[in-house]
Unconditional design. Structure first.
Length: 138
């Protein structure tokens, strides 16, 4: 993220994000529903992975629908953290009866977190995925 910009003639502020790969600038209104979280550091990534690795994340739900709604709420809230995302990935990964919607959510979350990990640790995304899976499931 570059910062916050004010556009002349508009009464709104925008988060300005510049893509390193495509040299593209994106502007997101600060009052938008889009969730923005700071990119993790190596230290915060390792702490989050260590914490999730030690946690028993198995929870009981009344139905699969409630379970899916809970996962979506936990990763789409305004207070979403890296730890929340990793906990949901781990919880879904450990399910014996996961359905297609849960698999898709887990894969999307794992892909997103793996890209962030790859950026932070300067490695390939596939290597990041393997590392994350290994560390949260130990």
């Amino acid at each position: 993220m570059i910062g916050v910009e004010h556009m002349p003639g508009l009464e709104r502020s925008f988060f300005t994000i510049e893509s390193m790969h495509q040299k593209m600038k994106n502007m997101i209104p600060t009052d938008s529903d889009i969730l923005i979280r700071k990119v993790a550091t190596k230290g915060s990534f390792n702490r989050s992975l260590d914490t999730i690795q030690k946690k028993d994340v198995k929870k009981e739900y009344d139905s699969r629908k409630d379970r899916i709604a809970n996962y979506q709420d936990r990763v789409r809230s305004n207070q979403v953290t890296l730890g929340n995302i990793l906990a949901v990935i781990k919880e879904i990964q450990l399910l014996k009866d996961k359905g297609a919607v849960e698999r898709q959510l887990m894969n999307e979350l794992l892909e997103t977190v793996s890209k962030e990990y790859a950026f932070v640790f300067e490695c390939e995304v596939d290597e990041a995925k393997k590392t994350i899976k290994k560390r949260i499931l130990q």
